[in-house]
Design a protein around this ligand. Sequence first.
Ligand code: ADP
Ligand code: CIR
Length: 393
Amino acid sequence: MIVSLVKPAVRIWTHFAYNGASRHGWAAWDRRRNKSDNMVDAAVMQKLEAGFAKLQASDSKSLLKKYLTKEVFDALKNKKTSFGSTLLDCIQSGVENLDSGVGIYAPDAESYSVFSDLFDPIIEDYHKGFKKTDKHPACDFGDVNSFSNVDPTGEFVVSTRVRCGRSMEGYPFNPCLTEAQYKEMEAKVSSTLSGLEGELKGKFYPLTGMEKSVQQQLIDDHFLFKEGDRFLQAANACRYWPSGRGIYHNDNKTFLVWCNEEDHLRIISMQMGGDLGQVYRRLVSAVNEIEKRVPFSHHDRLGFLTFCPTNLGTTIRASVHIKVPKLAKDYAKLESIADKYNLQVRGTRGEHSEAEGGIYDISNKRRMGLTEFQAVKEMYDGISELIKIEKSL
Ligand code: ADP
Ligand code: CIR
């Protein structure tokens, strides 16, 4: 009772005196109050120690296992961000899912600095050499007319997609968001996007109330994020689902925006065939339009901020759905050739899925330490080489 009487008074005060609290709501208020505790509490410490022991005893191939040494663990296990996030919040997905490739998420932006002893080497490894002393270059989409069709004869590429992620300034990442914030963000995204015109004109479809069959069809057609991702769930990123989650798209579904799945926003341009030029021009014009209307979180050294360290920097994932049957006969060889060109191979339904009908999702792997243009070019050049190799077999 005392608490409920005290909170409104504090709320009024914080609203005027501390705009951070008014933006982040009650859960954040509680977390901030805990900031004064220097140590993580006993229950969290117990879970941390158990999680670390589990990871050590496992044969997990994750970057988390590789870089969470005893020394790093001991240096970070008592730290907290001003949202109250601990090392446990960062690593729990990788501890629960030992088959993670990476295994770590940042519960809030500050985690990238508070837990930098762990994030930095993981970032350097994933983004192929982005060192802790490096600074991500300024946003540069380059000449949007440079890319042509990556597969002019249409023999190999089924479809092309370029996406980027954005976090809305003033809001933390999934694990720290309140339900009220999810709803507020959804309303902002939906009303902002309703101002888009021309090819970008479309409609926002909230997940709340969406028919299951409609949702499944959107997933099957590769337009919508899947539900129940165990990596995100273990990271505490699916609370209050489906509140605040939704998708915006134009009529022919070539321009789409995901709201509050892994990131606050995922901005997507896609279409059948290999015309990367058209896909990229559409993405860049959409991002420019949205950026005029919504302020996004950007970090001087890390570029655009995202929940997963694999998406920092440009946040660009340019991909093709491609059939390369001869190369795919030897999957290990396909992966090693892809790796040579800094490409990542995924299954047909994206991350952690299998290839269906011989269709692979192949994209640029690194997103940091290069410009948006260079990230897309990395995919274009690599796919051109893969097609050459497939033709030669
Ligand atoms: P993200 O791309 O945002 O990292 P996922 O890997 O989960 O997320 O992929 C999301 C969806 O996008 C999946 O259904 C995946 O098949 C689809 N997708 C990715 N690349 C393409 C592409 N080039 N053409 C069609 N669908 C694609
Ligand atoms: C994993 O570690 O496997 C998941 N948390 C997903 C990581 C993101 N994957 C990627 O390569 N971009």
